[in-house]
Design a protein around this ligand. Structure first.
Ligand code: HEC
Length: 140
């Protein structure tokens, strides 16, 4: 039986489709990476903190014992609300506006902002609070 070879136009077509799929994939990955970098830069600009320092502080302070926090290993606490999507929420702590300065003050002094809250005063420095806020605002 004679081997049927693929007609050359079909082979070209297949190759073009393959290239188009590859280009779309690379484009998608690039967009994703750019969007992540942009959200990082923005989070740092609005808080004056550093995302990586925030991640370290969250781990060191043990916030994950009370909160479920995306991207932090072992942070799966259920005492407080999950801290996912902090970049897109309108309110924190049941009614405070979700803006950077409020978030920073909340992290430093939750009991001053909302007497009786179960979130403890943890003696955070302003630098820690700014960096933790930067990390939280990358979570969209
Ligand atoms: C002992 C448990 C506990 C610890 C530890 C804790 N929190 Fe909380 N947190 C809470 C509780 C409870 C609330 C809800 C407070 C309220 O609504 O009054 C809260 C609220 C919050 C909120 C507002 C979230 C929302 O959607 O309303 C943020 C942000 C937050 N905590 C961040 C942190 C960070 C960052 C740390 C570590 C520095 C931390 N928390 C440590 C218990 C805790």
């Amino acid at each position: 039986m004679a081997r049927r070879s693929v007609p050359p136009t079909l082979a070209w077509l297949a190759m073009l489709i393959g290239l188009a799929v590859l280009a779309a994939f690379i484009g998608g990955v690039t967009l994703y990476v750019e969007a992540r970098a942009r959200s990082r830069t923005q989070a740092q600009a609005i808080t004056g903190g550093h995302v990586d320092a925030g991640r370290t502080a969250i781990t060191r302070r043990g916030c994950g014992s009370c909160h479920d926090i995306p991207g932090i290993t072992g942070a799966s606490g259920m005492v407080g609300p999950p801290l996912s999507k902090m970049a897109t929420r309108r309110h924190i702590a049941g009614g405070l506006p979700n803006d950077p300065e409020t978030m920073i003050r909340w992290l430093m002094h939750p009991r001053q902002m909302r007497p009786g809250t179960a979130m403890p005063e943890q003696g955070l420095s302003e630098a820690e609070a700014r960096s933790i806020s930067a990390y939280l605002y990358t979570l969209d």
